[in-house]
Structure formats: structure tokens, C-alpha cells
Design a protein around this ligand. Structure first.
Ligand code: IVH
Length: 665
């Protein structure tokens, strides 16, 4: 057999095995044989690079880690959907459609809970995969998406074409991945969506190829060659994409509502998570007539499932201390499954909440959980109450250090004021290291508790001195050399975090992630924040009296000033690095008028890009206009620009500039 034929043979065999494995869930060859064939193909392609093609299954193996993802501009904005929450709102949606068009039908699809992706093909080859980003600008994840085996590397269409769909992880793969993470003492993912988006954002695509991700396609961006959405989905299936098998063509909105009820009933038994049903008009010719808002198409809407409510009983009420010293009552529930996860605890907020609900140990209660929202007790089922149950009473002493709790005037919360309370310290450190805060990989709740209990850390500063205890750490049970090294590396790496993360991580009361970002951006550095006045803080977006007071108080405390000084010396970033385009770009301070028709962008998109990059998008041309972007058949505005001597660029030039700005970031 000659080399070329052997390569073709290997490719076919591997593709067949992939298909069997992923689509039929049953492979005729073993994993070992599979790897063996893939290895041979890789070797042949390395030896004869001229025989290596873009659609070879070796391209799915993944490559070396890149430093960061390149930004891309979407050819057409990736829109999101408006929401409806009841059957009545579905009927209202239908009424609005009826006002615009007649003779239409619907397609009802599962709203898969993952992350959206755009897949571009040219000359039949997958040339680019991108995340949604902010809808206009996403990130290039082509190498990672190539590792998802149900994404065809070649399709039988020569013309450039784009598909959109949802990357997701099945419930089973999510459970398996978390088991692995827990065994490695890493923090598990909170839900399959986070697992999918965390996986696809790994820089090393060889790692991505080990995560079991899949894609359902829900949109083929070619309304010229297909008349209906159903037809285009059928085509996607033929090209080899996964299209959700439960998608249903409905003649009327009533059939859609039946579908919603049907799926609600089986939702928990589906192998993947969904958070609603997407309702789309089927006939493409109606789309332009029905139209768009600036964010959503009006020909589609997402029905969102209501928060699931379940009855269970209160087995106990415990008290939990938080990082700021607030002591919160917590309901210990008889464990129940709600929205796909086992719930055994729910916050009872504070004394007033408990008194108002009149909640008692032994009560039957209704508990609710919507999506990622923390479970909450909605009400007590008073009819079921036994006469012997004792009313709720708040504790007087800290559950950890036994100091006397204090309820401040005008607040519902009780505080432990002991600065050395171990409960507070542990919670503060868990918060510091957590993913949304300083994001120290491998330093989850359990690791923090272990390290505190064994006397390695008592404060944030100690985390950065852990490297001096390497020898002792590797002696700890369950902490091998490798995991300790990984942890220490993660700690060092975290020092590169931008300053807004630090501001959030140090745990100033009321100062959340968003406020931290706004404050860091506005003041630029820790020093400036330490000097800030109450009034200056109030000027920041989303900062109110509570946040401002809390910051001023924090920055006055001697122990906090010392903490900040020590972290400074350790090399943590105390300055906010603004993203480059917020600094200066070609468009900064320029007034830009877009005229004529652009082929890559809608008018709205082009204007949004100008504004995003610091320019001002205007609608009429005057002497003050800096640049006119002239698209196809530009008319009077172009003439005016010429007569006033205003600079004119064409779409290609505009696109080149935009792409350049993004690649600098
Ligand atoms: S259609 C213009 N269909 O939900 C069409 N979206 O809130 C816009 N999603 O960003 C999207 N399953 O990530 C559509 N069958 C489906 C979907 C779906 C999940 C996600 C998608 C989108 C978000 C919209």
C-alpha cells in the first residue's frame, strides 16, 4: 500500500470510530487500537507534511498552549433572546407576531444550558470557531473546538457559511469531571455550564480534548438557500452536525405550549441541562418583516422554566459565621433534589426573616431554587405543624469563638466582633482564594480549612509565605510533592491578577465583584482608594452609601493598612491595568459617521464598535466630523464629507483598523 492510500485508510478508520463513538455511542475498536491508529497517522503526516490536510482527525488532538485567545469581530452580531415566563406570555408573543405576518408556524427547541459558539467554514473547511463574547467581539477558540469530535472538520459546501450553536457538557461527563477534580483536591465546577465554558477556555487544547464536550447546532446563517428553519436544521444534520433530536415543528402557539409542558415533565431525566425552550418562527421570509430590537430578534423568544419548588422538612437550624463576622441562621433540610442538584441547606438570612416566617425545627417547608440561585425557604406549611414545636430563637454567642454577638442598630444582622475569631478567618481566606476573587487554583474550601487547622495560614499574607513551608507541606497526608508544587505555582501566578480582583478578594463588606471593578477602574490604584473621600466614592457607578461607608471604615483600620502594605511588598498588583482599547485607539476622541451599506457589519454594529473603542458615532456630517466610513452606495453624506474635506475610509479599511485594535489587546 502506498503512503497516500495508507493515510486515507487511517483517516477513514478513525473517522468511522469517532462517528460510532460519539453518534452511536458504541465503537467497534478499542481505545487502545484507536490511539494506535492515530499515532501512526500522526507519524506519517509529520514525515510527509504535504499529505497532511486540514480535515485530518489528527487536527483534533490539540496543539501547544497559546498565551491567550485572539479577539475576533463577528461577521454578524450574535444576538441573545428576550424572555417569557408563562403560557400567557407565550400567547402574547404570538399576538405580536400575528400583527406583523400571517401564515407562519413555529419551531420549538430545547434551550441548552451551555455557551454559544460561532463556527465558520470556507471551501468546506472549518476555518474559525469563536465565543459569543459581548455579541460583537468574541474570542478565537478554533483549536479547542476542533477537539470536539461531533464538529465536522469538512462539510460539503464550498461557499463561506457560518453555523451557530451551543457547546455543552452532559450531566454524566460533568459528574465524572468533578469526581476527578475532587480527587485532585481541586475545586469542582458548580454546574455543567461552568464546566463547559471553563473547559473551552483552557489555553492548552490537548487538555480540552480530554473534556467531553459536545455541540448542538441551532442556526445555519444562510437564509438564501433555505426557506425555513426546519429545512436548514435538516441540512445541518446532513452535514454531520448534532442537531437536538427533540426539536419540534409546531403549527400553532398552542402546540408550542404543549411541547413546553411535555418537556417540563421530563426535564430532570434529560442527559444534559436545559433552562428553557426557544420558540422561533419557522418561515425565513417573515424575519425581516417581524424585525429586531437592538439586542433580540423579534421572531424568536426564550421561555424560561419557573424556579422549581419542593416540599421538605427542617431537621435543624444551625448558625454560620461569615467572613465579615455576620452570623446567619441556616436551615438543615431533609435532603431533596431540586433543579438537578441535591439540596440539604438553605439560608434563613437573619433573625427577622425567621420570626416573620415563624420557622421551627420539625416544620414542613417549601424550598425553591432557580438556576444557580442559592436555595431558599419560601414558606412554612402551617397545616402540617405539630403543636409541640418550639419557636425560633437567635443565639447569643458566636458558634466558633463564643464571644458575645452584637446586633447593630438599624441592622437585622448579629455580628461576632472578635478579630481573632477562627470562623471569620477561615471564611475570609476561603473567599480570598475563590474563583471569582483571587482565583488560586487548587485552594478550595477544604484545602483552606486544612491549612488553617494545621497552623500554616492565619491571614492572607501567610498564603504568599506558604512556599517557605514546602518541606512540611509535602509531609501532610494527601498532599504529595506534585500537588504542593501545583498549589505554590498557582499562588505565585495569582500575583499577576489585575487589581480589581484583589480589591474584591480582601473582603470589604458590601463590596462585590462589580463594585470592585468599577472602583478599581475609576481610582486606578489602592493608594488612591485609601485616600478617597465618601463623596468621591459615591460618584462611582453602582456605589451607594453602604459600600462607601464600609470602604472608608476598612481603610482606616490599622490591621487592614498593615495587610495592604504587606501584600504590596509581596508583589501583588496594586494598580488597575485598563484594557488597551480603553486607553487609546485609532477611534479615541474621534467623531465617526457611518454611511451607505456595509457588508460585514450592520450600521448598529459598526457604530457600537466605534463607541467601544473610544469614538463617538454621529449621524450627520459636519466640519467637526473626524472620519466618514463609506459603505456601498453611500450618497449625500459622502458628498458632504468630500466637500468639507473630512477624511473618508471604506469598509475594508474600517475592518482592517478594527481587527488591528483587537489584535493588540
Ligand atoms: S437561538 C438569534 N436556540 O440561549 C438566535 N439559542 O438567550 C439566538 N441557546 O445566546 C439564539 N439553546 O447561547 C437559540 N436552541 C437554541 C438555544 C439557544 C441555547 C442559548 C444561546 C443564546 C442564548 C439566548
Amino acid at each position: 500500500m502506498n503512503v497516500k492510500a495508507r493515510i486515507q485508510y487511517l483517516k477513514d478508520k478513525i473517522n468511522q470510530a469517532n462517528y460510532e463513538y460519539y453518534t452511536l455511542d458504541n465503537s467497534s475498536i478499542s481505545d487502545f487500537e484507536f490511539d494506535f491508529l492515530l499515532q501512526e497517522l500522526l507519524e506519517l503526516e509529520t514525515k510527509y507534511p504535504e499529505l497532511s490536510t486540514m480535515d485530518s482527525p489528527t487536527k483534533r488532538v490539540g496543539g501547544v498552549a497559546s498565551e491567550k485567545f485572539q479577539k475576533i469581530v463577528h461577521d454578524e452580531q450574535m444576538l441573545s433572546l428576550g424572555n417569557v415566563f408563562s403560557a400567557q406570555e407565550c400567547l402574547d408573543f404570538d399576538q405580536k407576531i400575528k400583527k406583523e405576518v400571517s401564515n407562519y408556524t413555529y419551531v420549538a427547541e430545547l434551550k441548552i444550558d451551555g455557551l454559544s459558539v460561532s463556527l465558520k467554514y470556507d471551501s468546506g473547511l472549518l476555518i474559525r470557531a469563536a465565543t459569543r463574547g459581548d455579541g460583537l467581539i468574541g474570542e478565537d477558540i478554533t483549536d479547542n473546538v476542533r477537539t470536539i469530535r461531533s464538529v465536522p472538520l469538512r462539510i460539503p459546501i464550498e461557499a463561506p457559511v457560518e453555523f451557530r450553536g451551543e457547546i455543552y457538557m452532559s450531566k454524566a461527563s460533568f459528574e465524572a469531571l468533578n469526581k476527578e477534580k475532587i480527587a485532585l483536591k481541586e475545586e469542582p465546577f458548580r454546574n455543567p455550564r461552568n464546566a463547559a465554558s471553563g473547559s473551552i477556555r483552557q489555553l492548552d487544547s490537548t487538555l480540552v480534548s480530554k473534556r467531553k464536550l459536545d455541540v448542538y447546532i441551532y442556526y445555519l446563517m444562510d437564509r438564501k438557500n433555505y426557506q425555513t428553519h426546519m429545512q436548514s436544521l435538516a441540512a445541518c444534520k446532513e452535514f454531520g452536525f448534532h442537531v437536538n433530536e427533540r426539536t419540534r415543528h409546531c403549527q400553532t402557539i398552542h402546540e408550542v405550549i404543549d411541547f413546553i409542558n411535555e418537556i417540563s415533565g421530563i426535564r430532570s431525566s434529560l442527559p444534559y441541562e436545559i433552562d428553557g425552550i426557544v420558540i422561533k418562527v419557522n418561515e425565513y421570509h417573515t424575519y425581516d418583516e417581524i424585525g429586531y430590537t437592538s439586542k433580540f430578534p423579534k421572531w424568536a423568544v426564550a421561555y424560561k422554566f419557573p424556579a422549581e419548588e419542593v416540599k421538605t422538612s427542617i431537621e435543624g437550624i444551625t448558625f454560620q459565621i461569615g467572613r465579615t463576622g455576620v452570623v446567619t441562621p441556616v436551615a438543615e433540610l431533609k435532603p431533596v433534589m431540586i433543579s438537578g442538584s441535591l439540596v440539604s441547606r438553605a439560608t434563613l438570612h437573619n433573625e427577622d426573616f425567621c420570626v416573620e416566617l415563624d420557622i421551627r425545627i420539625g416544620d414542613q417547608v417549601i424550598v425553591r431554587k432557580a438556576g444557580e440561585v442559592i436555595p431558599e425557604v419560601v414558606k412554612v406549611v402551617l397545616e402540617d405543624r405539630l403543636p409541640t414545636l418550639a419557636p425560633f430563637s437567635m443565639i447569643e454567642f458566636c458558634p466558633k469563638c463564643q464571644s458575645h454577638l452584637v446586633r447593630k442598630d438599624s441592622e437585622a444582622d448579629y455580628y461576632c466582633l472578635n478579630p481573632l475569631c477562627e470562623g471569620k478567618i477561615i471564611e475570609g481566606l476561603i473567599h480570598f482564594a475563590s474563583r471569582d476573587a483571587y482565583d488560586i487554583d487548587g485552594m478550595g474550601e477544604k484545602v483552606v480549612i486544612d491549612l488553617v487547622n494545621d497552623g500554616f495560614i492565619h491571614s492572607i499574607v501567610d498564603i504568599f509565605h506558604l512556599k517557605n513551608h514546602y518541606e512540611d507541606l509535602i509531609q501532610k497526608e494527601g498532599y504529595g510533592e506534585k500537588s504542593v508544587q501545583r498549589l505554590l505555582e498557582a499562588i505565585e501566578k495569582s500575583k499577576q491578577n489585575n487589581f480589581d480582583r484583589l480589591l474584591f478578594a480582601i473582603g470589604i463588606r458590601h463590596v462585590g465583584q462589580k463594585a470592585s471593578k468599577n472602583i478599581a477602574e475609576a481610582f486606578g490604584s489602592m493608594d488612591a482608594i485609601m485616600q478617597a473621600t465618601y463623596e468621591q466614592l459615591l460618584e462611582i457607578k453602582d456605589v451607594g452609601g453602604a459600600i462607601a461607608t464600609s470602604i472608608i471604615q476598612y481603610m482606616k483600620e490599622e490591621s487592614k493598612i498593615q495587610l495592604i502594605e504587606s501584600l504590596k511588598v509581596l508583589g501583588l498588583k496594586m494598580q488597575y491595568d485598563t484594557q488597551k482599547w480603553q486607553k487609546e485607539t485609532y477611534f479615541t476622541g474621534k467623531s465617526v459617521v457611518i454611511t451607505g451599506t456595509l457588508s460585514r457589519y450592520s450600521r448598529n454594529e459598526a457604530e457600537a464598535l466605534v463607541e467601544k473603542f473610544g469614538g463617538v458615532a454621529g449621524s450627520s456630517v459636519s466640519k467637526k466630523t473626524s472620519i466618514v466610513v463609506a459603505g456601498e452606495s453611500a450618497g449625500t453624506k459622502l458628498q458632504k464629507a468630500r466637500s468639507l474635506g473630512v477624511a473618508v475610509i471604506d469598509e475594508e479599511e474600517f475592518h482592517r483598523i478594527v481587527t488591528e485594535i483587537m489584535n493588540e489587546i
